[in-house]
Write a protein that binds this ligand. Structure first.
Ligand code: HEC
Length: 103
């Protein structure tokens, strides 16, 4: 029970933060729609959202490189996660949302 409460609290704190910090495109919504399938489960070796170890080495690159890889694709990840309809700005917003817990 305690764990559930803690998870719920953490969840709403994250939501509040996302709402306050929200830039123009809604990174959370885009993440949920276009990135979560791989980045929540680790499918195809995708680094999992919130997993600091999985992101540590990648974060040594600068953000521009991470954005570029997300837009152009890298390894098993297709360009824009396979969602060619997303604008570059939308992909960047999703990257920001995904990395927020490990920055
Ligand atoms: C089909 C599965 C899949 C989807 C969907 C997907 N990714 Fe990925 N992503 C991967 C995989 C696999 C890697 C690791 C690729 C590698 O380093 O070989 C990765 C790596 C990344 C990285 C790290 C790049 C780097 O330079 O190390 C970022 C940032 C990222 N994805 C962002 C996103 C964003 C934002 C979305 C949604 C718009 C998304 N991904 C959707 C599979 C996916």
């Amino acid at each position: 029970m305690k764990k559930v409460t803690a998870a719920l609290l953490a969840g709403s704190a994250a939501l509040v933060f996302a709402t306050v910090a929200q830039a123009e495109p809604d990174g959370e919504a885009i993440y949920n729609q276009a990135c979560m399938a791989c980045h929540m489960t680790g499918a195809a070796g995708a680094p999992i959202k919130g997993d600091a170890d999985a992101w540590a080495e990648r974060l040594e690159q600068d953000m521009d490189t991470l954005y570029a890889h997300s837009i152009e694709g890298i390894g098993a990840m297709p360009p824009k996660g396979g969602h060619a309809n997303l604008s570059d700005e939308e992909v960047k917003a999703a990257v920001d949302f995904m990395l927020e817990p490990v920055l």
